[in-house]
Design a protein around this ligand. Sequence first.
Ligand code: ZN
Ligand code: ZN
Length: 389
Amino acid sequence: MAVNEDVRAEMDFLVALRRDLHAHPELGFEEERTSQIVAEHLTETGMKVHRGLGGTGVVGTLTVGNGPRTIGLRADMDALAMPETADRPYKSTVPGKMHACGHDGHTTLLLGAARELARTRNFSGTVHFIFQPAEEGRGGAKRMVEDGLFEMFPCDAVYGLHNMPGLDTDEMAVVTGPQLASSDSWQVRFRGVGTHGAKPHLGKDPVTAGGHFLASLQTIVGRVVDPLQPAVVSACSVQAGDPNALNVIPDFIDIAGTARAYTPRVRDQLEEEIGRLANGVAAMFGIEAEYRFIRRIPPVVNNADATGRALAAAQAVCGDKVRTDFPPSTAGDDFAFFSQDVPGAYVWLGNGPAVDGALHHNTAYDFNDGAIGTGVKFWTTLVEQELAA
Ligand SMILES: [Zn+2]
Ligand SMILES: [Zn+2]
């Protein structure tokens, strides 16, 4: 009876914590309040706490026994710059910011696991609880690595978890190989010679070149990349001229977009081929092309050994409700900066059905508190199995 009451009290604590974080979202590198809360709760367990990696990053370290193995568990803390439209008692109190990706839940799960493991101490080895800032495109993981994360806290394996609507809250997906795509940006400027719209022969029209470039862009995926390798190239921004000056051919047109791949080879190919196409089109029209490819996030590719360990933990928690075939996402996660240095596995935790169709990054999205039990149990089981006493 007392045990059940303890379990219920802990769950109440975690749900309240999750909703408090939800109500107080902070953007990447601005997680002052969140990281303070994380650090306080970690300190309370008696473990060593380090702050400041990547600015607002927090690492809690728990060593039990003399096991030589060390693992890292990652949670992300940041919210998104978007309004929350759904009404809920713990709705965002900050206009224009919301936890629309469930990172409030991820932070809660890892804190719950840290509290539990510090209490039960049923393993032998070292766990680093890594709370990273700025996952949503601002480069928090990269900053932590550059600040010396793995020199200060060496890890034999690193694990990440993300909530996934559409899977039940007692369901997980653990799959080896590519999980999330690389997420890179590219920019092309076609520089011609502006002139009167009625006298194109006196200039060099960059707009027509831009049209040819756009029309050919999808041939990279369709004709160059191996058809068995997924890849996405999208032009997402086109800017040229002025809608108030319809008799002016402008000097230049700017086209920019995103590129996604699941292997380093295809990623390299996209970088090279978009540039080749831009330069080729420019040559065709006798104008100049300026090309930049900005590498932002590598693909997340699950290591076979780490995935096997994560799978064993997930199966211990969820039984046969663990999917081992689950399609990779074309989104990115900068967990890739951790798992490219250290063998890693990134797993999906069910968030229940998409309520009113709201998916990640929707203004009505919410982490499902019903998944807290599964998520905490997954983390604690992973540690107890990974670092078996
Ligand atoms: Zn997100
Ligand atoms: Zn996310």
